[in-house]
Structure formats: structure tokens, C-alpha cells
Design a protein around this ligand. Structure first.
Ligand SMILES: [Cu+2]
Length: 332
């Protein structure tokens, strides 16, 4: 009797902790409605097992307590076949049930609607780059997504294994060098959500973050159009400025022509001076500095801070960026 009361108490306590505390952030993707029930099923099973185990332990501590002066051996117990069958069969059934249900959900999440957007995601220590093939291959440091439309993320890594995770979308997928993994996300809520690397990938792992910005359909279409126009522009000052802005260079660098005032890296208005000090021709100096930042470290600035992801920029965008930095720094 008291064993049952204890089990109910533990079950109630476990349920209160699960239900009363806000564990999950507000869902922002259609996929959450598939994933959350799996999560709650596993939590439910865990509370069930926890209640039984905790109740039996606490009950035994009191019920089978020996008097302080009892130094005799306990009764010889050689197991209990029926009990062993029960505690093997029940967990086996539960684990198989979780496995089958998860497999069904994963299979459903892999259904790609015909009408969808594709974004190529590149991970590298310690940054994300998002490329939009439909917008002339424009790249962005932010993941912009249209509301209520399925987006296929094709992901790969340039170095070690990373993992793409947005808690509000509930989805997580490894990003592995040498292969392309995919994830389908259908945002259902406007807003901006953190993209987190969910696989310990090196010293800067904790800083490997980006924003996923869910936009109204029309605003997204306008953004996409402006991107493809800007990056395809024959004028380096338009295309280069767009690449500079999209890739977040201004967060770390000052460049008067763009209004950027970052202080983490050297001021790009002084590039001709830096190139001369490095004894390199300006164009080659800029290009190398962008695609392999550690090839030359500006004295007084830290190594391994400038992301290496820009090596993945399409050639046309890289050319435009280099041209743009040459012309705008000569003015500065
Ligand atoms: Cu990472």
C-alpha cells in the first residue's frame, strides 16, 4: 500500500517538474508538431520508470531496515525468474516503441514538398554561411527564411563535424565534411531565432552562432531579388558592398564607404598601407587575407578570429569584394 503511495508521489513530482517548468521555447516550425510528441512520450516513459524505481528504493530503506545490533547475514536470495522477465520485457518493449515512433517521425520529416526553397549551408570553425542558389548564389551570414514555405537546407562542412540546431524549430542535424546532409524546415512564426552549433567543434564552438530570420513571404521575395540583383551587378561597388554587408565583415572591420565601424580587425580603409607593410601587391594581399586569413596576421591583431568560411564564397562575389575593397580603401 505505502509502496503505491510513494510511486504516485514520485510520479506526481516528476510530472510537475516536466509540465510546470517551461522546457521548450515557443515552436516556430511545422516540424515541431511532429517532434514534440516524441519528446513528451520519452519524458512520460522516463517519469513512469523513475516513479517505480524511486518508490522501491525509498520503500526498501524503511521496510527492510535492520535493528542496529543485528550483525547477522541477510537471507540468501538467488534471484526471481518472473521478476527478471518482467523487468527485461517492459524496457525492451518501451525502447522498441520509441524506436518505431521516432523512425516514423523522421520519415515524415523527410518529405520534401515540390514547392520549396533551397539554401546551401556551409559550416566552418567557427561560423555559418548561407548561400541562396535561387538568388544568383548570393551568400549571407544570416539564414533568412520565408514564412510557411518549406526550405531544404543542404549542409556541408569545410573542416570538422558541426551540427545545425535551432531550438525553436526543434531540429538538429550533423554537418559533416565530405558529405551533404539535409534538413527540411517550414517556419510558422515570424521572428529571429539563434542558429547554434550543437557539436563540440573546437575552441570557438560556443561562439559559432548565427541568426535564423523568418520573414513574411513578400519581404523575403524582395530581399531575395535585391540580393540576386546586387551580387549579379556588373558594378563592383554595388556587388562588392552587398557581399561585404551580407557576410558581416562590418561587425569586425571599419570601412567608411559602408558606414561599418567594427574594431576587432584592422580598419580596411588603410588596406593600401597594410599591404605595403606586408610587402605584397594590394589585390593579392586582400584576396589572400579573405580566403586564408592566417596566411598573414596584421601585427597587433589576433590570429584565428577572422572566419575562414569566406573561402567558400563564389568566385564572382569574391572578385567583386576584392575590387570593392581596392577602390573604397584607395578613397579612404
Ligand atoms: Cu561548430
Amino acid at each position: 500500500m505505502s509502496l503505491v503511495v510513494l510511486a504516485l508521489l514520485f510520479a506526481g513530482g516528476g510530472t510537475a517538474v516536466a509540465v510546470l517548468l517551461p522546457w521548450l521555447p515557443t515552436a516556430a516550425a511545422l516540424q515541431a508538431s511532429e517532434i514534440d510528441p516524441v519528446f513528451w512520450m520519452v519524458i512520460g516513459i522516463a517519469i513512469f520508470i523513475f516513479a517505480i524505481v524511486a518508490a522501491v528504493i525509498v520503500y526498501s530503506v524503511f521496510a527492510f531496515r535492520v535493528p542496529p545490533d543485528d550483525d547477522s547475514d541477510g537471507p540468501p536470495v538467488h534471484g526471481h525468474v518472473a521478476l527478471e522477465i518482467v523487468w527485461t520485457a517492459i524496457p525492451t518493449a518501451l525502447v522498441i516503441a520509441i524506436g518505431i515512433y521516432s523512425a516514423i517521425v523522421i520519415q515524415r520529416l523527410d518529405q520534401l514538398p515540390k514547392h520549396h526553397l533551397t539554401v546551401d549551408v556551409t559550416a566552418q570553425q567557427f561560423a555559418w554561411t548561407f548561400k541562396y542558389p535561387a538568388a544568383g548564389g548570393a551568400t549571407s551570414g544570416e539564414l533568412r527564411l520565408p514564412l510557411d514555405e518549406a526550405t531544404l537546407l543542404r549542409m556541408t562542412s569545410l573542416d570538422v563535424i558541426h551540427a545545425f540546431f535551432v531550438a525553436q524549430f526543434r531540429e538538429n542535424e550533423d554537418v559533416v565534411p565530405g558529405m551533404t546532409t539535409t534538413l527540411i524546415v517550414t517556419p510558422t512564426r515570424l521572428g529571429s531565432y539563434p542558429v547554434i552549433c550543437n557539436e563540440l567543434c573546437g575552441l570557438g564552438h560556443a561562439l559559432m552562432r548565427a541568426e535564423a530570420i523568418v520573414m513574411p513571404d513578400k519581404a523575403f521575395a524582395a530581399w531575395e531579388k535585391s540580393q540576386s540583383k546586387a551580387t549579379a551587378s556588373p558594378s563592383p561597388s554595388v556587388a562588392g558592398a552587398a557581399v561585404f554587408k551580407n557576410n558581416g565583415c562590418g561587425a569586425c572591420h571599419t570601412l567608411a564607404a559602408t558606414g561599418a565601424t567594427g574594431k576587432i580587425g584592422p580598419a580596411l580603409d588603410k588596406l593600401p598601407k597594410w599591404a605595403a607593410e606586408a610587402k605584397q601587391p594590394l589585390a593579392a594581399f586582400i584576396r589572400t587575407s579573405i580566403v586564408s586569413p592566417n596566411a598573414y596576421i596584421q601585427p597587433g591583431y589576433p590570429k584565428n578570429v577572422m572566419p575562414k568560411t569566406f573561402a567558400a564564397l563564389p568566385k564572382t562575389q569574391l572578385d567583386a569584394l576584392v575590387q570593392y575593397l581596392i577602390s573604397s580603401s584607395k578613397k579612404g
